[in-house]
Ligand binder design. Sequence first.
Ligand SMILES: NC(=O)c1ccc[n+]([C@@H]2O[C@H](COP(=O)([O-])OP(=O)(O)OC[C@H]3O[C@@H](n4cnc5c(N)ncnc54)[C@H](OP(=O)(O)O)[C@@H]3O)[C@@H](O)[C@H]2O)c1
Length: 282
Amino acid sequence: MKGPIAILGARGMLGTDLAAQCAKAGLATVVFDLPEFDITKVDAIRRAIGGASAVVNCAAYTNVEKAEAEPELAAKINAEAVGLLGELAKQAGVAVLHISTDFVFDGRLDRPYAETDPANPVSAYGRTKYQGELALAQSGCRHCIIRVQWTYGRAGVNFVRKILDAARSGKPMKVVSDQVGSPTATAEAAKAVVAMLQLPSGLPQGLYHFAAAGFVSRFDMARHIVERLQLSVVPQPCKTSDFVTAAQRPLNSCFDCRKIARVLPEPIAEWQGPLNAYLESL
Ligand SMILES: NC(=O)c1ccc[n+]([C@@H]2O[C@H](COP(=O)([O-])OP(=O)(O)OC[C@H]3O[C@@H](n4cnc5c(N)ncnc54)[C@H](OP(=O)(O)O)[C@@H]3O)[C@@H](O)[C@H]2O)c1
């Protein structure tokens, strides 16, 4: 591979683990993030692309609730900037690996989502992420989009940390039992991204779903965390409709990952192992 991998959004939850995973794999990287790098600025993107062998875009507006009140800003970062990145990458002949989300789906399907299932986002965040996917594809650059879901990692606010904070508060803990997915460590997602970048046949083009193996409800995930850490709180199940939130969330976030599993060099780990390792590391 000629030139380093440019990681955009490198101080975020996934970007942090991706930079660490690239270092482990011996891949040179250059890292970019706010405040010195703003993906909505043409010159900033040009600088990031210049000299890179590939760009991995982890930069995103990720506050799902706030996006309902700031859809224009979310669209600028998640959609317009991604289209611009694609256009400039095409001009420079650089491939883009872009990260997207299960929020492109409405979550009403009765089986895990495959890459061929139609998107139908039900939130401003999901709509802007889907527009970003389309804009990248329309730019005509060489690209690969990997959708991830239910991620947690050491560098960000995530469901695991929220459960731990709730447990520490000593208040009764209510957790939704009607949202189902696969708790996915950003460290595992980062490994998959690095493996895709290092495939001997080159970065595959197209759309891929990546998540840990196995499915669980948010409630059962919370129970797993509480039991594993021997916390004294007992989570109580509730329904998504019991909470008033600005953004609607997909109830079914399960991914069919057979497409990416066919190209990855190692089998995808079940969700429990990486989650236990993460809990021990806290
Ligand atoms: N977290 C999840 O559960 C989840 C699930 C599915 C998919 N994803 C996707 O995974 C990818 C990585 O997200 P993450 O979980 O790592 O989120 P994150 O921790 O919020 O990381 C996003 C990074 O992008 C940066 N950023 C925001 N606006 C920017 C701008 N204008 N220019 C440059 N950088 C900017 C953020 O900086 P600031 O922190 O300073 O704003 C942050 O460092 C995203 O594409 C997200 O949509 C996440």
